[in-house]
Structures are given as structure tokens and as C-alpha cells.
Design a protein around this ligand. Structure first.
Ligand code: NAP
Length: 331
């Protein structure tokens, strides 16, 4: 087993530069954990691009193989609950950050990072969702668990064309919500096609920094961007409404007073896919495979091999990617 060789996209530091190249590796190059997975598919996330370009907030040590998402087949296991031959999903925790990730044809991970592939989902389909889709599903799951229902009013999704936002729009629409999608792009057709009832410009959901409260409008909010936009969304949430927060592309600061919380009973829920407990992870993947599976994802997914991946990393850094990019490993 240890003499298996495989290909991986390895990032090496050379002076101030970070060089990406496909290298041949052995299983002994991987960290010593209990489960070895042959990766069939991975997917590209913004975090992977940060890891691939030397962002120390994501990856401290190089050389390193990024890839926070992986779907494949178990080829060795020291754990009684993880069987050889089982199809599995592994994503987040430390995968692709400081543990060699899904941009290699094999990964070696702790058994408690491994989620069995749910019935109704192929390995490829799982990576069409990846961490972005999982985060959208987790956000909606938490909103529903908090008691937000379709008859309570409109639900806002910010960063709506992004990986998380676009899936959140689709899932909320399927749950019967009247979804208002906020976007900085001219993407009305795309967002209405996902199930949004209306689309508003990003400029309509920012501003109002001088006011502690704004006209109450949203029964729920799935925020993917943070900053001023999240701040305004919280100030505009109806009494008893719920807001989820998962991202910071618009900023990490959250200028607010306590008034939306103490005068309207608004709840703010944090979303952390990386450390989501395994039992909840199972539940979310089950929901994706059953209630929240969408045919349209196929048309919005581009597939590359390891050789084509580096160019896609440059594209995502330049904000040019629309839809999802998955990586197919040669078996
Ligand atoms: N907490 C977690 O567990 C978790 C998991 C996954 C991702 N995330 C985070 O969630 C966020 C969204 O991830 P993603 O994969 O959807 O990213 P993405 O595909 O890059 O989408 C982000 C979207 O945000 C909007 N946007 C971009 N720059 C903006 C700006 N300066 N101000 C306001 N809006 C802006 C854009 O949508 P429009 O053009 O439509 O406005 C963009 O498509 C990121 O911050 C990511 O790091 C967190």
C-alpha cells in the first residue's frame, strides 16, 4: 500500500513566490491518519485559491497540496466504522489547509472526518455541491430549525450569484420561501432561474450606517458577504426574524447596536462548515441528496483535470468564475 504513487498539485514556496506544479507522491508523503481515500473528484473553492497562493491564514506550512473538498473510495482503514470500498465525502476540518487535500489523488485523514456518501448522490454530484453547497444547506437548515417559515415574509440572500448564495436561493425557493436575491452583477435571469422571486442591486442592501434600526422587511436572511451589508440586513429584519452569517467578502466588521436584538428579538446565527459536527454533517448531506438536489447544477459545473486546475485557480482569484468547478482525478 505504502508504495502506491500518485499525482498531486503541490504548492512550493520559492523566495516570495508560491509555485504550483503537478508532482508524483507516495502515500508515505501523506500525514499519518487512519483512513486512506482514493479521491475521484474534488472541487475548487476560494479558500483553495488562497492556500495555493501562500495565504498564511489558510495554510501555514509549504510544500502543501490544497483542496478542502474530496469525494472518493476508502482504500485502507484502521477504523471499524469506515469500511474499505465505501464511497465517502471528506471536506473541511483541516483538509486542504494544513493537511494534504483533495488536489491529490489520495488523502489520508482521521476516521471522524469521513462522511458516507448518501444514497441518491454520486461522488461527482457531491463535489458539484462541495463546501459551498454544504454551507448553503447548513444555513437554510439552521434558519428552518429556528422556526422561520414561508408565511412569515420575504427572505433575503446576499452575494446571491456566489457558490453559497446561488445554492441558498435554490434551496429556499424549494422550501417555498419568497426569495429576494441581492447581487452586484447583472444576473437577473440566472437568479430568477434559480427560483428567486425578485432581484435587487447590492447597493439597495448596503448603507444606513447612521441608523440603529431600519424599516423591518426580512423574515430571514442568508448572508454570504458580511460587513455593511450584513449590518443593514440585521437592522431590516422583522421581529422574531433570523439572520445567518457565513462570509466576509464585503468586510469583517459589523457596525451595529444591540437594538435589533433587544427590540425586535432578531437572532444572528453563525455558520461554520469547517468544524460542523459529524452528526450534523451527515444530516446536511442527507438533505442535499434527497430534498435539495437540483438538476440545474450540472449545467453550471465545469470539469477540469489536474493539468487544468492551475488556470482555474487564477480565474477564481480574478473573480471570473461563474458556477462551480470540479476536478476529476484519473483513476
Ligand atoms: N463559514 C463557512 O463555513 C464558510 C463556508 C464556505 C464559504 N464561506 C465564505 O462565504 C463567503 C461566500 O463564499 P462563496 O463560495 O459563495 O464565494 P464566491 O463564490 O466568491 O461568492 C461571493 C459572492 O459575494 C458577492 N461579493 C463579492 N465581492 C463582494 C463585495 N466586495 N461586497 C459585497 N458582495 C460581494 C458576489 O456576489 P454578487 O455579485 O451576486 O453580489 C460573489 O459572487 C466567502 O466569504 C467564503 O469565505 C464560509
Amino acid at each position: 500500500m505504502d508504495n502506491i504513487t500518485f499525482q498531486a498539485l503541490v504548492v512550493r514556496q520559492q523566495g516570495d513566490d508560491f509555485i504550483r506544479q503537478i508532482e508524483e507522491q507516495q502515500l508515505t508523503d501523506l500525514p499519518e491518519h487512519g483512513v486512506v481515500v482514493q479521491v475521484h473528484y474534488s472541487s475548487l473553492n476560494y479558500k483553495d485559491a488562497l492556500s495555493a497562493t501562500g495565504n498564511r491564514g489558510v495554510t501555514r506550512r509549504y510544500p502543501h497540496t490544497p483542496g478542502i473538498d474530496a469525494a472518493g473510495v476508502v482504500v485502507a482503514s484502521q477504523d471499524k466504522d469506515v469500511a474499505v470500498g465505501q464511497q465517502v465525502i471528506v471536506h473541511c476540518y483541516d483538509l486542504g489547509m494544513n493537511t494534504a487535500g483533495g488536489f491529490g489523488q489520495y488523502i489520508r485523514v482521521p476516521a471522524d472526518w469521513v462522511v458516507p456518501l448518501p444514497d441518491g448522490l454520486s461522488l461527482r454530484e457531491a463535489m458539484m455541491y462541495g463546501t459551498g453547497g454544504f454551507t448553503a444547506a447548513l444555513s437554510v437548515h439552521k434558519l428552518l430549525a429556528q422556526g422561520v417559515t414561508a408565511d412569515m415574509g420575504q427572505v433575503l440572500v446576499t452575494g446571491a450569484t456566489g457558490g453559497v448564495g446561488s445554492l441558498a436561493v435554490a434551496i429556499l425557493a424549494r422550501e417555498g420561501f419568497e426569495v429576494v436575491a441581492a447581487s452586484g452583477k447583472a444576473a437577473e435571469e440566472f437568479l430568477l432561474g434559480l427560483g428567486a422571486r425578485s432581484v435587487i442591486g447590492r447597493d439597495k442592501v448596503s448603507g444606513g450606517a447612521d441608523k440603529a434600526m431600519l424599516r423591518a422587511r426580512w423574515a430571514g436572511v442568508v448572508d454570504c458577504v458580511g460587513g455593511d451589508i450584513l449590518s443593514r440586513a440585521i437592522k431590516s429584519t422583522l421581529p422574531g426574524g433570523v439572520v445567518t452569517s457565513c462570509g466576509n467578502v464585503a468586510g469583517a466588521d459589523l457596525p451595529l447596536t444591540v437594538y435589533p436584538f433587544i427590540l425586535r428579538g432578531v437572532s444572528l446565527l453563525g455558520i461554520d462548515a469547517a468544524e460542523c459536527p459529524l452528526a450534523l454533517r451527515h444530516t446536511i448531506w442527507q438533505r442535499i441528496a434527497a430534498e435539495w438536489k437540483f438538476d440545474h447544477l450540472q449545467a453550471q459545473t465545469a470539469e477540469v483535470d489536474l493539468a487544468g486546475l492551475s488556470a482555474q485557480i487564477d480565474e477564481i482569484l480574478a473573480g471570473k468564475i461563474q458556477g462551480r468547478v470540479i476536478i476529476k482525478h484519473e483513476s
